[in-house]
Design a protein around this ligand. Sequence first.
Ligand SMILES: C[S@@+](CC[C@H](N)C(=O)[O-])C[C@H]1O[C@@H](n2cnc3c(N)ncnc32)[C@H](O)[C@@H]1O
Length: 341
Amino acid sequence: MASYVLSGAEALTFSRGRNPVGFGLMEFSRSGICLPKMGAISFTGSNLKAKTVAPRCSASSSRPASQPRFIQHKKEAFWFYRFLSIVYDHVINPGHWTEDMRDDALEPADLYDPRLKVVDVGGGTGFTTLGIIKHIYPKNVTILDQSPHQLEKARQKEALKECTIIEGDAEDLPFPTDSVDRYISAGSIEYWPDPQRGIKEAYRVLKLGGLACVIGPVYPTFWLSRFFADMWMLFPKEEEYIEWFKKAGFKDVKLKRIGPKWYRGVRRHGLIMGCSVTGVKRESGDSPLQLGPKAEDVDKPVNPFAFLMRFILGTIAAAYYVLVPIYMWIKDQIVPKGQPI
Ligand SMILES: C[S@@+](CC[C@H](N)C(=O)[O-])C[C@H]1O[C@@H](n2cnc3c(N)ncnc32)[C@H](O)[C@@H]1O
């Protein structure tokens, strides 16, 4: 048995079984009391004493979200997907974001009624949208992305023909306040220079009682993975997601851990799709959170040399994360089942 304390909006105590890196669903109440779910993970209030050990998951220090990584910028992300869109469905999905994981991650989004109005923000080539339309009428689903190249791939998918597909920025959504039932965003937050602003926007566009589901990476603890993660893009810590949701005004904030099957629950390298975080809009209207002007103005000219260097270094770091799932897959094949890898 191991336990560790997270500090975030509230101090959270994680009490763990034998495997310190498994999956589970965590619930964070407004008072900071965290309730056990699915029997995998239990929490207590911050006033209880707990043994503090070296964190094994995402609970370690990283660069603050306010210091963006090389590709955690709108312009860099635009160019990154200018090229990645060509192979995205063939490279990213098999290694990091399988259909099983997608369905598991969408389960907390509670897509119980096909008539719900859903937006898929940073919807890209429509891989997550294909999971959404298993439950929702496609005509009720809008895919938004800042990359026309990614959206072009979505347009080519027959199953998504009835969806609305638009270009836009996750930090400045072109939807009215209180207008949608579900806000879903998978694997996009890591590119937003100001993730808190994106989550505040999720709150704004949802109807009262509507639910936001943000699926995203988790921070690695292995030194080399941490190095490349911090170069490439934002790998938030679990408690950062919770804090962003709570600050934006959401209630019933929950976090479900996800990951590829062949990782056997290993999270030390971080995961590009490592958790699904949900929250419910508590009051109609805009988020109670007040923010200053946008962190990044895409129309502002950038130094082309600095831009190129950021882009090249960020892409090198991304290449490391193409290798990690292959390495984990080989380990899974070699190490006998039931043993840790
Ligand atoms: C890893 S892909 C995920 C695509 C899709 N959601 C999926 O599940 O396969 C990330 C997407 O986020 C988009 N993106 C990055 N920054 C964005 C922003 N500020 N606003 C909207 N989309 C953004 C990228 O263009 C890219 O298509």
